[in-house]
Design a protein around this ligand. Structure first.
Ligand SMILES: [Zn+2]
Length: 116
């Protein structure tokens, strides 16, 4: 299974709740080894997410999958996968938001692949 397929599978396993989006993110090394992974949260935020949104003059957000995966990767990682699935489990557009785009760049992650 490719990292993208794995990411999609995990995303589909997130329980569906009306009004909430399901995102999943995976960080891998240069050879594709899984380093960290995370789902988004509607109940928790993260300091780095809050600080970065403030820096960019944006509203505070709950913790995005990318953010949590990056934090868990502890400075490692070459590539990040980001996926989102709709109510019917179909992959849909999941480009990182401006906050996560900054976090990805500052974490030194070179390649970003997201579902479309
Ligand atoms: Zn984000």
């Amino acid at each position: 299974m490719s990292s993208l397929e794995y990411c999609l599978q995990k995303c589909r396993e997130i329980p569906y709740k009306r009004g909430e989006q399901r995102h999943y993110s995976v960080v891998v090394g240069k050879r594709g080894r899984l380093i960290s992974e995370a789902a988004n949260s509607y109940t928790k935020t993260h300091t780095i997410m809050a600080k970065t949104s403030k820096r960019l003059g944006l509203e505070k957000e709950y913790c995005h999958a990318e953010c949590l995966a990056i934090v868990r990767a502890k400075g490692k990682g070459h590539k990040i996968y980001i996926v989102r699935v709709d109510a019917k489990n179909n992959a849909c557009y999941s480009a990182p938001c401006p906050i996560c785009a900054v976090l990805i760049k500052e974490a030194g992650i070179k390649v970003v692949e997201f579902s479309v």
